[in-house]
Design a protein around this ligand. Structure first.
Ligand code: ADP
Ligand code: ASP
Ligand code: MG
Length: 445
């Protein structure tokens, strides 16, 4: 069997949903499972409903629901007919009634907790897969739509839940029975707790859903269909000349993703590595292009890609007690653990620790607790650049070339050698793009 995951732009309207179905149908003899994201921009619109509820803005809520209705009904009317259109319309009406009453509830309470938000955004993937399913019926393709919340079981860390593989793997096998000649359709991104409460895997999490499913079912391969030709040497929005990588190792892809290459969600790689399943990134708009294969391969020397991340906050903690303060790091990490805040980059000296975080939802509470451990300084508007490549850290001429290239930009922190495939550094946010452009020119053009 194979898993094909389609991102929002691949299902953005009736034309692209048909191309998505074509790509899957062309491989129907490989027993495909189609995993879809919400239609492009829908998740953002659903999140804005939650914000409007908190801000007491009733009009904005109902305008957004009207926009969402139009987007989905337009697609249905475009490519469904007769009884099939009637059934789909009934189902869409049901979803929108549910969304309206849910949004009214949020508005009355003027709140949108992470738990409510996950329920709210789950409508996006449920709506897109409903349309895809009805279109396969219209095209007389054997298919089945299964709600991912039945088989992807997570903890209750809403907005970024972690799968419980012991519960999830058997459920995937119980619910999904891939078959040659049939397309099984399900949602990316959404999941549920063992008690059946809706959760999500974090923004961009549909890629992760695809490898979770692929790994449980021992897929031949997982295909990630998106809007670029594959994994490129850097973000093409920053450097339009970025080049496609033909193959990349699991560890290199994981580092690029973790440090900001949005093309695959950072957690996507792990389930694939466990079973050595190849993950192929391909372009829905250019399906004949070979894409990029993420595979187990010996990594070659040299820099293969550059990733950038912005809007990070740096935190520096200096120990009051100074030398040999063992227990210092563990106390610091206990605080981040308590507030479920992942740390991106870390650099330590004997007396101080610097780190960057992306999620600042609990920054005030974190600061307060860290102040009990040491002197804390916080700086926002920071970003990271990560150069990925085997053994960069062993090649001092490469390292000097990197710093010569970005000179005179000031580097606030460096992390080198923690993994054998990356060199990361912290710069001012507004210097990130410029530094990436310079580095790309020197190493790839
Ligand atoms: P989807 O909706 O299909 O999941 P995303 O928007 O999440 O698509 O990811 C694809 C986008 O990732 C591309 O359009 C590109 O702008 C961005 N991107 C960032 N870094 C890279 C990279 N190294 N290679 C390819 N794309 C990248
Ligand atoms: N629809 C979700 C998002 O926009 C998940 C995904 O696209 O992977 O984040
Ligand atoms: Mg994505």
């Amino acid at each position: 069997m194979i898993v094909l995951k389609f991102g929002g732009t691949s299902v953005k309207d009736s034309y692209w949903i048909d191309r998505t179905i074509d790509i899957t149908n062309n491989q129907i003899e490989r027993a495909p499972v189609l995993v879809s994201s919400a239609i492009s921009k829908v998740t953002d619109k659903l999140i804005s409903i939650g914000k409007s509820a908190e801000e007491n803005n009733k009009n904005a809520i109902f305008e957004t629901i009207e926009t969402l209705k139009k987007m989905h009904f337009d697609v249905a009317k475009d490519f469904l007919t007769g009884k099939n259109l009637e059934t789909a319309t009934e189902a869409l009406n049901g979803f929108f009634q549910e969304l309206e009453s849910f949004s009214k509830g949020l508005f009355m309470l003027k709140e949108c907790s992470p738990k409510s938000l996950d329920m709210l955004v789950s409508f996006g993937e449920r709506l897109s897969t409903l349309l895809i399913y009805h279109r396969t019926i219209e095209r007389k393709i054997d298919s089945e739509l299964i709600d991912a919340r039945k088989f992807i079981i997570t903890d209750d860390n809403f907005k970024a839940a972690s799968p419980n593989y012991d519960l999830t793997n058997p459920k995937i096998k119980e619910y999904i029975k891939p078959k040659k000649g049939k397309i099984i359709i399900t949602q990316g991104f959404i999941a549920s707790t063992p008690e059946g409460v809706t959760t999500t895997l974090g923004r961009g999490g549909s890629d992760f859903s695809a490898t979770i499913i692929g790994s449980a079912l021992d897929a031949e391969e997982v295909q990630i269909w998106t809007d670029v030709d594959g994994i490129l040497t850097t973000d093409p929005r920053v450097v339009p000349q970025a080049k496609k990588l033909e193959t990349i190792s699991y560890s290199e892809a994981a580092e690029l993703a973790f440090f900001g290459a949005k093309v695959v969600h950072p957690y996507t790689i792990y389930p694939a590595v466990v079973k050595h399943i190849p993950v192929i990134v391909k372009n829905t708009k250019n399906p004949d292009c070979t894409g990029t294969s993420i595979i187990k391969q010996p990594v070659e020397k040299g820099i293969i890609g550059i990733a950038g991340k912005k809007n990070l906050t740096s935190i520096n903690i200096s120990s009051y007690r100074m030398l040999n303060a063992y227990g210092f790091l563990s106390r610091i990490f206990t605080v981040f653990n308590k507030y479920k805040t992942p740390v991106d980059l870390i650099s330590t000296s004997e007396v101080s620790v610097s780190m960057t975080i992306e999620d600042t939802a609990n920054i005030d509470l974190i600061e307060k607790e860290l102040e009990e451990i040491g002197k804390v300084t916080i700086e926002s508007n920071n970003g990271t650049i990560c150069l990925v490549g085997k053994n960069i850290w062993k090649d001092s001429s490469l390292i000097s070339k990197i710093f010569e290239t970005i000179y005179p930009t000031s580097v606030k922190m460096i992390s080198l050698g923690a993994s054998d495939v990356n060199l990361s550094m912290v710069l001012n946010d507004d210097e990130i793009d410029d530094a990436i452009i310079k580095l790309h020119k020197v190493f790839f053009e």
